[in-house]
Design a binder for this molecule. Structure first.
Ligand code: B3K
Ligand code: ZN
Length: 878
């Protein structure tokens, strides 16, 4: 397969002005008529019109009214080239496609009998011939024709300008999008659906129509998505001064979808998982996901759609920025400082769980990649979440107001354009009169920087010194890295745990000294001095996780305990607890491997007891503080990964805490009930989270009374959060949960998203081995064709059940290989995601590596692999 390089970018030879699309929709044979007006790009010397096209059949082609003979163009399986074309061109292209056969869910496809599209990144070329690249922006008019009884609803981007009847029971609808857009934002829906709709008044006074479209039985699950949409609209007006630019904004839910959702102009298409919710079927986490994704897609309307990407290497320009925006939106919706901190802690956990491993593995790439084989493989935690961290650092460096100035300038300069990450950085720099040249390295260098801190206290000078050094490990193709521009937020605690006022040597001293300062680390090593420090303080480093780095500092246990009890920065307070746990988990892991006796010190248990019972702390914070680092995160800390030892160590710690804190856990379990009508608000959700974590701890080594408690919660729960938590705790306890599983299935058989949970919970339980997963695949409700279902069982087994996936005989890996190969024939994008589960194979104990290599080679040896899977597997093996 061909590798595409960022440095090879060239401007398009032709630019498109208007696109008129006509669809005669039929599942087996859809006719697409496409009339494009285009003109030569004065910035290009090219004279050839190059159109992309994939898995479609060309019927006829006209240029400026004349039918072209086959000799006048070149057709390949992926392109259509018209050489030496005139300066002004009208192309009329007729082609065919077969939506019902399209199992890749890219392009035009059928889900549960309805038509949907997914065009990002390169799906539009599976619908019609077109210069399918984001720097070609045009105005679209779309005519949809379909059987009226089967497809009563016909939607596309923009405004509905005409609709009516045709003969033979068919009808039509004509849509016009007033804004220029790249082809990846095109969408259509032809379906039997119903909607919740509402007229909403913008701050400017303009009225818009909001709609959430779902299948008929789901109309009782659209309220939260609608509310989240209205909140998003309001928030973008208030925080960024950005208004909805259309008269109509639609969200459509579809059960078969590769990703979370898609920001098509005016017609967002969503995975049902991020739309449908009521208390019976959705958990608090689902509700939070809906708010975040509805926000995310809505915010793309400005960051992505109005200003888009020049090429796919710039993907983080829209994704990193839009993730940052949805993170800020979710935090603002909670409103409190601890609420914000809780969302921040969640972000840090995601980075450590998924992004740091990616950045250290065979698929490591910069936030702005330099090359790819298949762009769909680069919708990654690096582009998204690390990209969001990079955007967050601008705000940390420039302040909220400075960041807003940069955003304003960005839109002033680039509205309606397809631009690069560098353009965003330039807007931030220029709006604030700052030199952000070095900051560019966050976009170009892969790998997680390691910042090492050392400190020195000088009693006589009352001076406290912090020396920060940075280095970044080598990644594929990047052996040596240059220093990054890293904002390191720090505070100093006195012996009582109070924040000291900070006066930085050499910096102007403000009247009221701050208690947190942002140190800018730009060199390999730098020393910062704080004046007027009366006694040796405890440093709180990288407050708020001010940069996506690993922070190394030789903390003593006493210092960590001090921070864990007192740090005013909740992120670092949480972090101190994670460090205390991690140190012990690493010792325990070695002990398990060596067959030594295991022990956990009382100091640690007491620290956890204090946080658990400290009623001045938000339950949501306490819950996070009590979750131990995951097995994946522990694995990243050891030189050679022994998954069984890690699992044994973590389970031992959970069991010991569960037993030692039994009374306190029970007390918290009862104190954090949320009686009355279910509400997904952050305070109630936090209580449920703490209560259910307590239950999970109690069920690691349960007494009969604990099992009874869980069963009672399972049976009497009035919402899915509590029901699912109880069921999951029962399954994980190792007790016989088969009756509960059966009744859960029977109750929710008709709710696909709940059945996904049913598969997911079992897949992740350490009692579920490969044979049991194979058995679950035989269940009539299982199918590889539905991405949510495939993910619920296969991905959870491979990623969330390390002790079984890494079974000593390699049977987990054989199973993985089989499923990657089977999925690839159906849906390469989903298959390639599953393929990523083996990324870190070289870090495992040699005995497992042998099996892993074998499984990888088995996939690699397969004839006819997709580029998607091939890229992932060959990078893993290289
Ligand atoms: N932009 C889409 C992602 C489409 C992925 C295509 N493989 C979702 C989002 O980030 O909002
Ligand atoms: Zn996005």
């Amino acid at each position: 397969p061909q590798t595409i390089f960022r440095k090879d970018y060239t401007v398009p030879a032709y630019l498109v002005d208007t696109v008129e699309l006509g669809f005669d929709l039929d599942p087996d044979r859809t006719i697409v008529a496409n009339r494009i007006t285009m003109h030569r790009n004065p910035a290009s010397k090219g004279r050839d019109i190059v159109l992309h096209g994939e898995e479609i059949e060309l019927v006829q082609l006209r240029l400026n009214g004349k039918l072209l003979a086959a000799s006048q163009y070149r057709l390949t399986p992926t392109s259509l080239t018209i050489p030496k074309a005139p300066a002004e061109v009208v192309l009329e292209i007729e082609s065919l496609c077969a939506p019902v056969k399209n199992t890749s869910l890219s392009g035009l496809y059928v889900s549960n009998g309805n038509f949907f599209t997914q065009c990002e990144a390169e799906g539009f070329r599976r619908i019609t011939y077109f210069p399918d690249r984001p720097d070609v922006m045009a105005k679209y008019t779309v005519m949809l024709r379909a059987d009226k009884a089967r497809y009563p609803v016909l939607l596309s981007n923009g405004n509905l300008i005409e609709e009516g009847e045709l003969g033979d029971g068919r009808h039509y609808a004509k849509w016009e999008d007033p804004f220029k857009k790249p082809s990846y934002l095109f969408a259509l829906v032809a379906a039997r659906l119903v909607c919740q709709e509402e007229r909403y008044t913008l701050q400017s006074g303009r009225e818009v129509l909001l709609q959430v479209w779902v299948e008929e039985g789901n109309l009782d699950k659209t309220d939260y998505a609608m509310q989240s949409l209205k909140n998003s609209i309001r928030w973008d007006e208030e925080r960024f001064g950005l208004e909805l630019d259309l008269d109509r904004f639609m969200i459509v839910a579809v059960g078969d979808f590769n990703m979370g959702a898609m920001e098509n102009k005016g017609l967002n298409i969503f995975n049902t998982k991020y739309v449908l919710a009521n208390s019976r079927v959705a958990t608090d986490v689902d509700y939070a996901g809906i708010e975040a994704v509805v926000g995310h897609e809505y915010f793309h309307n400005w960051t992505g759609n109005r200003v888009t990407c020049r090429d796919w290497f710039q993907l983080s320009l829209k994704e990193g920025l839009t993730v940052f925006r949805d993170q800020e939106f979710s935090a603002d919706m909670i409103g409190t400082d601890t609420g914000r901190a809780v969302t921040r802690i969640d972000q840090v956990r995601t980075l450590r769980q998924a992004q740091f491993p990616e950045d250290a593995g065979p698929m490591a790439h910069p936030v702005r990649p330099d090359s790819f084989v298949e762009i769909n493989n680069f919708y990654t935690v690096t582009v998204y979440e690390k990209g969001a961290e990079v955007v967050r650092m601008y705000q940390t460096l420039l302040g909220r107001d400075g960041f807003r100035k940069g955003m304003d300038l960005y839109f002033e300069r680039h509205d309606g354009q397809a631009v690069e990450c560098d353009d965003f950085r330039a807007a931030m720099a220029d709006a604030n009169g700052r030199d952000l040249t070095q900051f560019e390295r966050w976009y170009s260098q892969a790998g997680t920087p390691v910042v090492t801190a050392s400190t020195r206290y000088d009693v006589a000078a009352r001076c406290y010194e912090i020396t920060l050094s940075q280095h970044c490990p080598a990644t594929a193709g990047q052996p040596d890295k240059l220093p990054f521009h890293i904002p390191v937020a720090v505070g100093l605690l006195d012996a009582d745990g109070k924040d000291l006022p900070l006066r930085l040597d050499g910096a102007p001293s403000p009247k009221h000294a701050p208690t947190t300062v942002v140190l800018e680390l730009t060199q390999a090593t730098q020393t910062f001095r704080f004046k007027g420090i009366a006694a040796k303080p405890t440093p709180s480093l990288l407050r708020g996780f001010s940069a996506p780095v690993v922070l190394e500092y030789d903390y003593t246990d006493a210092e960590l305990l001090h921070l864990f009890s007192h740090d005013s920065d909740p992120v670092n307070r949480w972090e101190a607890g994670q460090r205390l746990a991690m140190e012990r988990l690493l010792v325990l892991t070695s002990a398990v491997a060596a067959g030594d006796t295991l022990a956990l010190d009382d100091t640690f248990i007491a620290a956890f007891r204090n946080v658990l019972t400290d009623d001045t702390l938000d339950p949501a914070f306490r819950e996070l503080a009590l979750i131990l680092p995951s097995e994946t995160i522990i694995a990243e800390q050891v030189a050679v990964v022994d998954p069984q030892a890690i699992h044994g160590a973590r389970q031992f710690m959970r069991r010991t805490l569960g037993t030692a804190l039994r009374e306190e856990l029970l007390a918290q379990y009862h104190a954090n009930q949320t009686p009355g009508a279910y509400s997904p608000d952050a305070v109630s959700a936090g209580k449920r989270a703490l209560k259910n974590l307590a239950l999970a701890y109690l069920l690691v080594a349960p007494q009969e009374a604990d099992l009874a408690l869980a069963r009672q919660q399972f049976e009497q729960a009035t919402n899915m959060t509590d029901r699912a938590a109880a069921l999951s705790a029962l399954i994980h306890s190792g007790a016989d949960a088969s009756a509960s599983l059966a009744s859960f299935y029977a109750d929710f058989e008709q709710e696909a998203l709940v059945i996904d949970k049913w598969f997911a919970m079992q897949a992740a339980a350490p009692g579920t081995n490969v044979a049991a997963v194979r058995q679950l695949m035989q269940h009539p409700a299982f199918t590889l064709k539905n991405p949510n279902r495939a993910r619920s069982l296969l991905f959870n087994f491979a990623n969330a059940n390390p002790p079984q996936f890494h079974a000593a005989d390699g049977s987990g890996y054989d199973f993985w290989a089989e499923q990657v190969i089977a999925l690839d024939k159906i849906n390469p994008q989903v298959a390639a995601r599953l393929a990523r589960s083996m990324d870190r194979w070289r870090r495992y104990v040699p005995a497992l590596q042998v099996h892993m290599r074998h499984a990888l080679e088995r996939v690699a040896a397969c004839a006819k692999l997709s580029n998607d899977v091939l890229e992932v597997i060959s990078k893993a093996l290289s």
